[in-house]
Design a protein around this ligand. Structure first.
Ligand code: HMG
Ligand code: MG
Length: 329
């Protein structure tokens, strides 16, 4: 049976803002998350427990998590907030906040089996992030791929022991800023298999540089399927640097993928990927999905308004063509 439901993971508050040089206030970040919570999006990536020396913009992620637990934003669907953690130090920072508010969030076990209904406590997800090339792993995590996987094993184990959902990114799967197009899809499949065996619930495949093309997206996904990785365990994370994000999205949809990451207003870029522009805009993905008869559950007009607001707020151009068209700008 054809499944027309698509889940969009909004990464704007983390991936979208992490690269901004000017410090963005806590109030603006929280307002962004609260506005996004009203749109029908189910998962919002809200921060990162990484070294503030490496990514200063994410330094107030503890305060964000604290706020979301104390004052959960009203939402039409049950929400999951996702936070990056590259090591157990990051995870322990998240745990120390969760311990202060033990009744303010739902564990995965409590959440599963519930029907989609209004309100309720938010669920928490932890995200680890590997790379498909050694150079990117060194630049982003200061260690080899193997060492990063060793660290993630502990992070995943501890997060799962606390009943939290775990997402695992693999960056630069379709092109690396340092190694070019020379990314081996079989290596991606091996890393994805390792992360799933460690207990990750979902692998998000990041086209960090936007160098992915339709045939190479198809090749990558076929390789993962041949390695026994199920479509329902995968999410695609496209960047629109070369304008190929929606073409690649169509290829992934056709292959059977139903989870896609995007960022409101096309915000973003990875600090360790020179020249990388934004993630594909949420507005563009929602519009595209609707044009194909897919159901995202996301209110396009509301998202377009948020894209307009946040890009003005941080003094950036609105990078969503759909957002601008919807607003008549
Ligand atoms: P390191 O320097 O090798 O770490 O960095 P270390 O263990 O030697 O520690 C150095 C210092 O960092 C120490 O502090 C630690 O306490 C501290 P000091 O003694 O010098 O004062 N530290 C931490 N502080 C806070 N939270 C932590 C933490 N860990 C250590 N969790 C490390 C290694 C992994 C920490 C560093 O490389 C790092 O934080 N990297 C994160 C980089 C990052 O966030 N990149 C962006 C996310 S990935 C991405 O954007 C791509 C993606 O979106 C997909 C796509 O777009 O395609 C996922
Ligand atoms: Mg990204």
């Amino acid at each position: 049976k054809f499944d027309n439901r698509v889940k969009i993971v909004e990464v704007g508050p983390r991936d979208g803002l992490q690269n901004e040089k000017k410090s963005i206030s806590l109030a603006t970040k929280i307002e962004l998350i609260e506005r996004l919570a009203k749109t029908g999006l189910q998962t919002i990536e809200a921060g990162a427990f990484v070294s503030p020396k490496w990514v200063p913009q994410m330094a107030n992620s503890s305060e964000i998590l604290q706020h979301l637990l104390k004052t959960p934003p009203p939402s039409p669907v049950p929400l999951t907030f996702s936070f990056l953690a590259p090591n157990t130090k990051g995870l322990d920072s998240a745990f120390s906040i969760l311990q202060q508010h033990p009744k303010s969030f739902e564990t995965e076990t409590a959440r599963s089996g519930k029907s989609s209904q209004e309100g309720g406590k938010p669920a928490l997800e932890i995200a680890v992030f590997a790379a498909a090339t050694e150079s990117f792993s060194q630049k982003n995590l200061n260690c080899s791929i193997d060492t990063s996987l060793q660290r993630f094993k502990d992070v995943i184990q501890n997060a799962k022991a606390a009943n939290l959902r775990v997402r695992a990114y693999i960056s630069v799967v379709l092109g690396c800023p340092f190694e070019g197009y020379d990314v081996d899809p079989h290596r991606v499949a091996t890393i994805a298999t390792d992360l799933l065996e460690m207990g990750a619930d979902e692998i998000s495949l990041g086209d960090t540089t936007g160098m992915g093309t339709a045939p190479r997206t198809k090749e990558l996904l076929s390789c993962l399927s041949s390695a026994g990785i199920r479509n329902e365990d995968l999410a695609m994370h496209f960047h629109d640097t070369y304008g190929q994000a929606l073409v690649n999205t169509a290829v992934a949809l056709e292959h059977g993928i139903r989870t896609f990451d995007s960022s409101v207003g096309g915000l973003g870029g990875c600090p360790y990927s020179p020249g990388a522009t934004g993630n594909v805009a949420t507005e563009n993905v929602v519009y595209f999905m609707e044009s194909l008869g897919m159901d995202t559950g996301v209110d396009l007009d509301r998202v377009a308004d948020i894209g307009d607001w946040i890009t003005r707020e941080i003094g950036k151009a609105n990078d969503s063509v759909v957002g601008k068209a919807v607003l008549g700008a």
